[in-house]
Write a protein that binds this ligand. Structure first.
Ligand code: FAD
Ligand code: DLZ
Ligand code: SF4
Length: 512
């Protein structure tokens, strides 16, 4: 053999850069289920099951393509427990040879492997991960000299570069962004389009082996393993995506920011889990969505919104991650320090919006964007929860979470803990926002229109307390001036009552 290629758990793409031109006759592949990767975050049982089942299916496909694959199972007796340990063992088994790995998605993994390569004096090289449309180097070039990094500017350059939704050099429909049309709450049940379910897949014998492994080895893992129905092969992931194109994309735009009780997915694609592990290709998904618009099967506001999330936000947050890591993960600009309430795990809170969101996450290892941003994220922001604890939770509980995408979204977008590296102002909101965008408040013991009474919605007094608490930071911010004028207009006794309520609540958030 002339080279060893380690394929990581989120590198399950048929055309992975490190393997694209590799000769199966002279390439040995290593894939390893290891305890260190299971334990570095409080992983949801369905995330572990998804990843290991997809890894095992991918190993089979690679063998079918002619490669020798060393596949290390989590419960193999001599499993070393870490990726670097498995690299070491593989070289001992097969003798010294060059090691190639596609660039990883997490700083932690990069640092571990580089440490190993140095201490083992390995002949080692990273191969750029070209499954992303913008490399960290290109992003750094784009960012150089800019006073502010805004997704919208980046997104426009990506639309042009990849000729997506463009007509004669101009954005299709004459506008770059149709977000203003994408904020419709859901109409009442009889007046709304039927809400489809994401496509589900029955576990095959390989996946059933993994489900038994997770039950046995990770009995205390967060979340429900029962009902596992994710796709674990590229073919099935494509089927799930085609189903989304037909059944949900036409409504994706209008109701992108809506939330509803009992509706875990609404019109979202639920493809991040597949994109991030490599089962789907981002550009192919965008081209397919564009084709749906050109064929008249989906409106432009839906397709533009979808494409923006993928070539805009997804690429942009990865650029931010590699631009600022490793210092980025240490930021805590708002000096938030409260522990994460227990109800983030159990869902046991009277706040119906939070209880519904956490119950959905426990079931599915998934919540859609507005639940992540405006319910669990917003609560953590206005209550002042320690960003490290919040980020750890987000990294574990979502099946699509890898640090390159989780960290900028949580620390930056939701918690403003990066001091606004890319978000112009904090996404803080009171219960009125949640009431406008959902039906959660109808089933809640708290009252979204009350901020001081016995049944006052905690989001209301925590919101105003957050605004008052951070006055020195945000008062001069042009986009927050109206909020501070609003605070100044309020009766000072009312503000004092809200702040006292918030202070009491912040002493024991689990009472809410
Ligand atoms: P859709 O709503 O159907 O969107 C289509 C695709 O666009 C998604 O699959 C995703 O690939 C991409 N996308 C949309 N928004 C974003 C975004 N803000 N950043 C990056 N990609 C985006 N996404 C992850 O993939 N992994 C995470 O760990 C993650 N953590 C998040 C944490 C917080 C606090 C917030 C606010 C958002 C987070 N997101 C994360 C972004 C977003 O919420 C998810 O990508 C989305 O909910 C996935 O569901 P979907 O596939 O149904 O997305
Ligand atoms: C998330 C995860 C888990 C749970 N387990 C493994 C594993 O056993 N082996 C592996 O190669 N990768 C795993 N991963 C993904 C990595 O932790 C990490 O997020 C990515 O490799 C970063 O690119
Ligand atoms: Fe959430 Fe407040 Fe509405 Fe209850 S009243 S669901 S706590 S926003």
């Amino acid at each position: 053999m002339s080279q060893l290629v380690l394929v990581l758990g989120d590198q399950l793409s048929a055309s992975l850069a490190s393997l694209r031109d590799a000769d199966p006759a002279s390439t040995r592949i290593l894939m390893a289920e290891v305890a260190a990767e299971v334990d570095y975050a409080p992983h949801h049982a369905k995330k572990l099951a998804f990843l290991f089942a997809a890894m095992r299916h991918h190993a089979k496909a690679l063998r079918k393509a002619g490669f020798e694959v060393d596949y290390v199972h989590l419960d193999d007796a001599d499993n070393s427990g870490s990726l670097s340990g498995e690299l070491e063992r593989a070289l001992q088994r097969h003798g010294s040879m060059p090691v190639r790995i596609t660039f990883p998605g997490e700083w932690r993994v990069k640092a571990e492997i580089e440490r190993w390569a140095e201490s083992a004096r390995a002949n080692f090289a990273w191969v750029p991960d070209d499954r992303f449309l913008c490399s960290p180097e290109d992003f750094a070039e784009w960012a150089r000299g800019r006073k502010t990094l805004r997704m919208e500017h980046f997104y426009r350059s990506m639309r042009r570069r990849h000729d997506l939704l463009m007509e004669d050099g101009e954005p299709a429909g004459g506008r770059w962004n149709f977000d203003a049309q994408n904020r419709e709450p859901l109409p009442p049940p009889l007046a709304r389009p039927a809400i489809p379910r994401p496509m589900q897949f029955r576990p095959d014998p390989t996946t059933r082996d993994v489900l038994r492994l997770i039950e046995r080895r990770c009995p205390d893992a967060f979340g429900e393993l029962a009902g596992f129905s994710f796709a674990v092969t590229p073919g099935n992931a494509k089927r799930a995506f085609s189903h989304f194109l037909k059944a949900a994309l036409p409504y994706f735009g209008d109701h992108q920011d809506a939330m509803a009780s009992g509706e875990d997915f609404l019109f979202h694609s639920v493809i991040s889990i597949y994109l991030n592990a490599g089962l789907l290709d981002p550009l192919e998904c965008c081209r397919a969505a564009e084709a749906a618009w050109r064929d008249g099967a989906a409106p432009l506001n839906a397709v533009e919104g979808f494409v923006r999330q993928i070539i805009g936000w997804r690429e942009f947050v990865r650029g931010i991650y590699w631009l600022y890591m490793p210092e980025y993960a240490e930021r805590n600009a708002l000096e938030a320090d409260l522990p994460l309430p227990e109800f983030y795990w159990s869902g046991a809170t009277d706040m119906h919006c939070v209880a519904e969101t956490v119950a959905g996450i426990r079931r599915n290892a998934y919540a859609h964007h507005i639940q992540r941003l405006m319910v669990t994220g917003n609560f953590a922001l206005i209550a002042g929860i320690d960003p490290k604890a919040v980020c750890d939770w987000y990294l574990g509980v979502f099946a699509d979470a890898y640090e390159w995408v989780e960290l900028p979204n949580t620390l930056g977008m939701a918690l403003h803990g990066d001091n606004g590296a890319f978000a112009s102002k904090p996404y803080a909101a009171s219960g009125r926002y949640i009431d406008r965008m959902s039906d959660y408040c109808e089933g809640c013991r708290y009252d979204p229109s009350d901020a001081t009474g016995d049944n006052a919605c905690p989001f209301n007094y925590l919101y105003w307390d957050f605004i008052a608490r951070n006055r020195a930071r945000f008062e001069k911010h042009p986009r927050m001036a109206m909020i501070y004028r609003n605070l100044a207009r309020q009766d000072s006794e009312r503000v004092a009552r809200m702040r006292a309520r918030a202070e009491a609540a912040r002493r024991n958030l689990d009472r809410l």
